[in-house]
Structure formats: structure tokens, C-alpha cells
Design a protein around this ligand. Structure first.
Ligand code: NAG
Ligand code: NAG
Ligand code: NAG
Ligand code: NAG
Ligand code: NAG
Ligand code: NAG
Ligand code: NAG
Ligand code: NAG
Ligand code: NAG
Ligand code: NAG
Ligand code: NAG
Ligand code: ZN
Length: 707
């Protein structure tokens, strides 16, 4: 996955910061300590589902998925194995193939050349550990960036912090030369492809990205923790692979924007979304001499004065360049049009026109992938097993349930986006919700992000699940961390194509906090051994997450009335509105939000009205069956209203006008994105245009709810 909130200790903090920077969000008030809440009792069917979920089988599925190369498009056997599990549990399963553009690594190299002619050659390898079997696999995956450009460059280099647009603007202000230089950036904050995009935009000729232990919270070697495999701190050789696509422009196959990639599909120019300059990722151990060679050159890190510019390494994080000190970088990739395989399992419901989709991606950057994504894959198989128990009793859900094991998520949400592009006519007619689980667990703290109508059912379902062996509910564990706040969906996993077609969505997982073992995101050390030893000993978090997702899916698929909370949508819109007004006043912009306010008022009225109709449908007599259908279809359809045909400025894929990934964050969301980003870019004509478009969209949604 790319979803940084769930990847490592401090990233939740980073995201909070990124979010606050954009939206001036208020700091949360300190809440009084709550009492633990009692678990909600389960129905007979719910008990059967919950009890059928076993940490033993979860660990078996995890072991299977984490012992073979399953980079996108390279493991058909694993797709078939997944289809077989779905089928043996009674689902109708099939493999849906797309022919997409991907590239694979051939070789790369990097060296540092000092002015005296001496050179340093970083190892560009992760350590082989005798404790961790997959770290030594002969076919282990080299370090590389998916969709990176082939090319080479030898040039002086500049440290650019996290590589956000504002970081580059600061460098320009400081007079640091960028054109023709190589960028060295640290990971964190924005999506990695946007770092490369920004470097390319400033005329730089290559990018090197490194992981900084400053993002590891408290669990560091400097604080006395041993490094993996001897302890929970980061192994100094770990490298974060990952895609460098320009995610915030559009996801999916870069050569088929807006339509499915089939053999013979026309192919578009991919240059708007993939870099033209080469890039490679390195470990912090390999980065130290490169950063140290800039000490004393350019502006020292402290004086640059940008968020998270200075990390935890013993260097000054100076900008450079150091005259005559150069990097020589080369990257060779093999371009291919190749098949990728989504596995689709179906349980037909009695209502053919209502569908729940539950998805997880299967592909990983490494042989392991025990957290990303295969903790979610193990959960999906276990969920099919639980539903299989009910199917054997002759059960049929009210609504269709579709399970999806996606391929090629890591390159850019490719499998899910192509599938949505192919099946959108049917999805637009029938989809109720999409439930996503990517990193099911990389640590012990549950975390969810969802469209607002799902908040209440998502939270209530947590009260039905015991969290690990704590004796507490998942709800209590979650509340302590999140203080009751459900996240907003930006991008970084397979819900993206669903959200931007107006389909209600939730993303769930569980991650580490600043005092938990370091999760080696997209590294060889995201392995079964790490998971069983540090990430989730006993596979108990896997078990709680599987129970949670299964109960949530069960309730969405069987409740008389789809358990959506429409009034909460109106409440959330009001909080996004407040954030927007702070953005506007911070920019001292003069913008009339009247039409937006009026539309929100209308929407609020309609949510109250439909809530009343729901009560009537549940308690009424004669015509109540029809009424149930009427309400269910309003709930199914209303979110389609938030979709704008033209999409956001210069990014027609992103059509939801209430939330989208930030143009310069990729992962973190912007709310009222059309308006907010136009204000931030200083274009008030465009902002006013998006006030109108957003207000219109809200009115369309309100019209669908109107009784
Ligand atoms: C596919 O994955 C399975 C399970 O991890 C593994 O046993 C097999 O070797 C992999 N196939 C290839 C071609 O790598
Ligand atoms: C990479 O592979 C190509 C083709 O095999 C070869 O010509 C080139 O020298 C190699 N480069 C490096 C840096 O190993
Ligand atoms: C060249 O400079 C580097 C960095 O100052 C230094 O580490 C190295 O020892 C020097 N090599 C020689 C041959 O002087
Ligand atoms: C790190 O550890 C210190 C000392 O144990 C603690 O006070 C601090 O809150 C921890 N930091 C975080 C972010 O939890
Ligand atoms: C750092 O930047 C902030 C605003 O981003 C400013 O308030 C502060 O004065 C700056 N500090 C220095 C030392 O320049
Ligand atoms: C940091 O680096 C400096 C030289 O650049 C060295 O003198 C110092 O001992 C180092 N500190 C640590 C904690 O390694
Ligand atoms: C699978 O498909 C068959 C034939 O279309 C159908 O009879 C059966 O009910 C389906 N099974 C499920 C679980 O939907
Ligand atoms: C099951 O649902 C799928 C998808 O809607 C549909 O194509 C198929 O005909 C259905 N099968 C049955 C037996 O209803
Ligand atoms: C499953 O959990 C039990 C405790 O509930 C534990 O004894 C067992 O070792 C776990 N199984 C695995 C495979 O971790
Ligand atoms: C859209 O792209 C064009 C061409 O690249 C650019 O000039 C314009 O500023 C962009 N508009 C926005 C709103 O980003
Ligand atoms: C502002 O947006 C408008 C409307 O999209 C566009 O025509 C204009 O070129 C933009 N202005 C600037 C300065 O980018
Ligand atoms: Zn993932």
C-alpha cells in the first residue's frame, strides 16, 4: 500500500501536520478519560461468523502469500490459489485479466564522487539475515522505483528536504541552484512520485530518496533499541521501494486514462503521469556519506527552516551543492505491456440491484509483504471462509457481495482502477459501498477512514469485536488513539477509483504508534518473520481485523435498511466548510461562499427528511416494503451526486468534489478540493467557478435524497 497513515510510527503525526498546514485544522480539545464500553451482543449469524475466524488459518494464509515473488503481473499461480480459496468456500470465483503498462528493474547504480576523485559506492542492497528466510531468497526483489525512468546522470546534488513544492520554493528563494543537479530527498509527507515530479519540474536530472530514522518515533537505535532482527528498531539497510507515478493526476494504467486496459486497447501518452528523470531509493546507512559531503555547503538545515527538513542523522542537512562533489546515478528499467490478474469472488444476493464490494490488493514490492498487503489478503481469505460457513447453511444475503483480490495496486492502483473502469455501468447502478483493507496490520492500533455516511456503522461495529487479547473492544482501543475521529479518504489505496465514481467507501487497517516496533515499509523486512516476531505475534490483530471486516460487510449486506448515517454527512460538510473559511482567511482571499452555504443547507434538510422516511419504512405497515426499497436506493445513489463530469482542474479522474488527494500530497486529502486548491494557488476566478460546481453537486445529491 501507499497509505502512509498506516505505514509507520510517526507518519500519522506527519499526516496530521500536512493536513493542518493545508487546512489550519483546530487542535483537538483534551477529552476526559472515558469508561470502557461493554461489547454489543451478537446475533446468531454474527456469532457464527466471528467464531469461525481463526488466527491459525490466518497465519497459514499469511505464510503462503509471503514466500514467493508477487510483484504485479508476475505470479499467476498466486491469483489462481486465491480463486481456489474463494471457490472452496462456495463463492463463484474468476480471474479478470487486464493488459497494462508496467516496468521492471534490470539494474541500477549510484556513486558519490568527491572533488579529489575518490568515490563511495553505496551497497544498494538490504542485508541478508539468517533469522529471516525470505531476506536471502535468490529471486528477492532488488531496490527500485516502479514506473521510474531509465536514464543516467552525473552531476552535483542538492538536498531538498521532503521535496514538497514549498521546499523547492524555499530553495529558489535561498538562491540554491537546482537546474541540472540531482535531488536528494527524504521520504515522508507527500507521496514519493510527487517528490520526483517536483524535482523534474525544477529542471533537476535525477532523484535519490532515502529513509530517515527521524521518522521512527522513539524506537531507534539512538534510544537504545536493537535493530531488526535483534530488536524492534529499523534495520539500517532497509530500503523503501515504491511507485513514482504522479498519483494525484490519475491512477490506473498510465496508458489508458478513463478506460479499461485490454489487449488491443488504444494507448495514450504516459508522460503526464510518469517521470522523465531516473530515481532510486536508498537506505539511511547508504545516505549518510552523501548527506555528510554537503556539510558546510549551501544553507545549513536549521537555517532553511522548513517542516521536517532536519532528520535524525549526524549531519547538518545542508542544502549544498558542494562544488565538485557529484553523484553518478544510473537506472535501467524494462518497459512491458503485461497481464495482471484480479481475482473476483461473488455471492449473489436476493436484491440483484444492490452490491457490496470488499477489496484488498495482493501484489507486493518484495517476496514478503506480510503487512503490505498480505495481512489484508489473509483477512480476505478468512472472510470468505466465514461467509462460506453461512452459505453451507443455505444462507443468501439480501445484497450481492463481491470479493476482489487486486493486482498491481503498488504501481498505481492499477488492477482496481481498470476493473472499475470496465464495470462502472454496473457499479453505478448497483454499488452500495466499497470496503478496502490494504495493510490489515503493521502494528496494534486500529485506524479507519471513510466517507461520512459510513462513520456510524463503522464505529458501532467496532463495539462488537474484542481487540486482540486485551479483553477490551476494538472500539475502546480505537477511541483512545483517534479520540473518536474517523479519517478522510485521500488516496494511496484501491478505494480511490470507487470514491471518485461516487461510491461510498471505507479504508481500514491497524498500525504502529511512536513506541511500537518499526514497520519496514516496502522493504524485504516486511516479512513473515518480522510479523510473527514483532508486528503481530500470535496473529491476534489479524484475527480482530478479520472479525471486524466480516461483521461490517455482513451488516451492510443484510440490514433491512442500508445502515448509512446521512445526517452525519451534513455535519462533516460543516466541518470541511469551517476548514475552508480558515484557508480563505489565511490567504486573505475575497470569495463568496453563499451558493455553497445554501446548498449545504438544502442538503441538511434532505438528510433529516430521508431519516424520517427511514423510520416510517421500518415501522410503517402496508406499503413499507416499497418504502424500504425507496430509501435503500436513495442511500445507494445519493453520493453519485457529488461527482463532477469535468473533474478537478487538470485532473479529470478526480471527480468527487468533497474530498480528493491533495495535488501536492498524493496521500493526504484535501476537502472541497476544487475550491481549496484554487484559493491556495491564488486563482479566485477558478475558486468561484468551483464554489458553483461544488454547490451544484451538493444540490444534485440533495435532490436524490428528496422524498
Ligand atoms: C508465487 O507465489 C507462491 C506463494 O508465495 C510461491 O510459492 C511461488 O514460488 C510464486 N511463483 C513465482 C513464479 O514466483
Ligand atoms: C546494466 O545492464 C546493461 C545491459 O545489460 C549493461 O549494458 C549496463 O552496463 C548495466 N549497468 C550497470 C550499471 O550495471
Ligand atoms: C577524498 O575526500 C574524501 C572526503 O573528504 C575523503 O574521505 C577521502 O579520504 C579523500 N581521498 C583521498 C585519496 O584523499
Ligand atoms: C517517547 O518516549 C518518551 C519517554 O518514554 C515519552 O515521554 C514520549 O511521550 C514518547 N514519545 C512519543 C511520541 O510517544
Ligand atoms: C521559520 O519560519 C516561520 C514561518 O514558517 C517563521 O515564523 C519563523 O520566524 C522562521 N524562523 C526563522 C529562524 O527564520
Ligand atoms: C557526529 O559527527 C561529527 C563529525 O562530523 C563527530 O565529531 C561526532 O562524534 C559525531 N557524533 C556522533 C554521535 O556520532
Ligand atoms: C454461483 O452461480 C450459480 C450459477 O449462476 C448460482 O446458481 C449460485 O447461486 C451462485 N453462487 C453464489 C454463492 O452466488
Ligand atoms: C450473480 O451476480 C452476477 C453479477 O451481478 C450476475 O452476472 C449473475 O447473473 C448472478 N447470478 C445469479 C445466479 O443470479
Ligand atoms: C493463536 O492464538 C493462541 C492464543 O489465543 C496462541 O496460543 C497461538 O499460538 C496462536 N496461533 C498462532 C499460529 O500464532
Ligand atoms: C493546468 O495545466 C496547465 C498546463 O500545464 C497550466 O498552465 C495550468 O496552470 C493548470 N491549471 C491548474 C489549475 O493547475
Ligand atoms: C484561473 O482560472 C481560470 C478559470 O479556469 C483560467 O481561465 C485562468 O487562466 C486562471 N488564471 C491563472 C492566472 O492561472
Ligand atoms: Zn498496499
Amino acid at each position: 500500500m501507499w497509505h502512509i497513515t498506516k505505514t509507520q510510527a510517526s507518519t500519522a503525526l506527519l499526516l496530521a501536520v500536512a493536513y493542518a498546514c493545508q487546512h489550519e485544522r483546530q487542535v483537538r480539545p483534551v477529552l476526559v478519560k472515558r469508561q470502557d464500553s461493554p461489547p454489543t451482543p451478537l446475533s446468531v449469524e454474527e456469532s457464527l461468523l466471528v467464531e469461525s475466524i481463526s488466527n491459525t488459518t490466518l497465519s497459514e494464509w499469511s505464510y503462503y502469500y509471503t514466500h514467493g515473488d508477487h510483484v504485479a503481473g508476475r505470479n499467476r499461480t498466486m491469483a489462481d490459489w486465491t480463486a481456489d480459496r474463494f471457490a472452496e468456500n462456495g463463492l463463484n470465483s474468476s480471474v479478470v485479466t487486464y493488459n497494462v503498462f508496467l516496468n521492471y528493474p534490470i539494474n541500477n547504480s549510484l556513486s558519490l564522487i568527491w572533488p579529489n576523485g575518490s568515490t563511495y559506492h553505496p551497497s544498494l542492497e538490504e542485508a541478508v539475515l539468517s533469522e529471516d528466510d525470505t531476506s536471502s531468497y535468490p529471486n528477492r526483489i532488488p531496490i527500485f522505483h516502479g514506473y521510474s525512468a531509465s536514464g543516467s546522470a552525473t552531476a552535483e546534488y542538492v538536498y531538498v528536504g521532503r521535496g514538497q513544492q514549498v521546499d523547492f520554493e524555499r530553495l529558489v528563494e535561498l538562491g540554491v541552484p537546482l537546474e541540472g543537479k540531482i535531488a536528494v530527498a527524504r521520504y515522508g509527507g507527500l507521496f514519493r512520485g510527487l517528490k520526483v515530479k517536483n524535482a523534474q519540474h525544477y529542471g533537476m536530472v535525477g532523484t535519490v530518496l532515502f529513509t530517515d530514522p527521524g521518522d521512527d518515533g522513539n524506537v531507534t537505535e539512538a534510544n537504545g533499541f536493537a535493530a531488526y532482527p535483534d530488536g524492534p528498531a529499523r534495520n539500517p539497510t532497509s530500503v523503501q521501494r515504491g511507485s513514482v507515478m504522479f498519483l494525484s493526476t490519475y491512477p490506473g494504467d498510465p496508458t489508458t486514462p478513463g478506460y479499461p486496459s485490454k489487449e488491443g486497447s488504444p494507448r495514450a501518452d504516459r508522460s503526464p503521469v510518469v517521470p522523465q528523470i531516473p530515481s532510486i531509493p536508498i537506505s539511511y546507512r547508504d545516505a549518510i556519506p552523501i548527506l555528510a559531503a554537503l556539510d558546510g555547503h549551501g544553507m545549513p538545515g536549521d537555517a532553511v527552516n522548513r517542516t521536517r527538513w532536519v532528520g535524525a542523522l549526524n549531519v547538518s542537512y545542508s542544502t549544498g551543492p558542494a562544488p565538485g562533489t557529484m553523484l553518478s546515478l544510473s537506472n535501467l528499467m524494462e518497459d512491458q505491456y503485461t497481464d495482471v490478474w484480479n481475482v473476483i469472488g461473488v455471492i449473489n444476493g436476493t436484491n440483484a440491484d444492490e452490491t457490496i464490494v470488499i477489496g484488498n490488493h495482493r501484489d507486493a514490492w518484495i517476496v514478503g509483504g506480510a503487512a503490505d498487503p498480505n495481512s489484508g489478503s489473509a483477512v480476505l481469505v478468512e472472510l470468505s471462509k466465514a461467509f462460506g460457513k453461512l452459505l453451507k447453511q443455505g444462507w443468501k444475503p439480501k445484497r450481492n457481495i463481491v470479493l476482489a483480490s487486486w493486482d498491481a495496486e503498488e504501481y498505481g492502483l492499477v488492477g482496481s482502477t481498470e476493473w472499475v473502469e470496465e464495470y462502472i455501468p454496473w457499479l453505478a447502478e448497483t454499488a452500495i459501498s466499497y470496503l478496502n483493507i490494504d495493510v490489515g496490520t503493521s502494528g496494534p492500533h486500529p485506524d479507519i477512514a471513510a466517507t461520512p455516511e459510513l462513520h456510524t456503522i463503522a464505529i458501532e461495529t467496532m463495539k462488537k469485536v474484542f481487540w486482540r487479547d486485551t479483553g477490551r473492544t476494538m472500539y475502546d482501543e480505537w477511541y483512545d488513539e483517534s479520540q473518536g475521529e474517523v479519517g478522510v479518504l485521500g488516496s494511496g489505496s484501491d478505494y480511490t477509483a470507487f470514491v471518485h465514481n461516487g461510491i461510498s467507501s471505507i479504508d481500514m487497517g491497524s498500525g504502529g504508534g511512536p513506541n511500537d516496533p518499526i514497520y519496514h515499509y516496502h522493504s524485504n523486512f516486511d516479512s513473515y518473520h518480522w510479523m510473527a516476531t514483532y508486528g503481530d505475534p500470535g496473529f491476534l490483530t489479524h484475527k480482530s481485523m478479520a472479525q471486524y471486516l466480516t461483521l461490517l460487510a455482513y451488516n451492510l449486506a443484510t440490514a433491512e435498511i442500508i445502515p448509512f448515517d446521512l445526517p452525519n454527512y451534513a455535519i462533516q460538510l460543516a466541518t470541511y466548510y469551517e476548514a475552508l473559511t480558515s484557508t480563505i482567511s489565511a490567504a486573505s482571499a475575497d470569495l463568496d461562499l453563499g451558493p455553497l452555504r445554501d446548498a449545504m443547507y438544502e442538503f441538511t434538510l434532505r438528510t433529516t427528511e430521508v431519516k424520517a422516511l427511514e423510520q416510517q419504512a421500518l415501522t410503517g405497515a402496508s406499503s413499507s416494503l416499497d418504502l424500504l426499497t425507496v430509501v435503500n436506493h436513495k442511500y445507494r445513489d445519493f453520493q453519485r451526486g457529488f461527482i463532477s463530469q469535468g473533474g478537478l482542474p487538470n485532473r479529470t479522474f478526480y471527480r468527487h468534489l468533497i474530498f480528493a488527494p491533495g495535488i501536492d500530497t498524493g496521500y493526504a486529502p484535501a476537502t472541497f478540493p476544487g475550491i481549496t486548491e484554487a484559493v491556495e494557488a491564488g486563482n479566485l476566478t477558478l475558486a468561484a467557478e468551483f464554489v458553483r460546481k461544488t454547490a451544484d453537486a451538493i444540490l444534485v445529491a440533495a435532490g436524490i435524497l428528496k422524498t
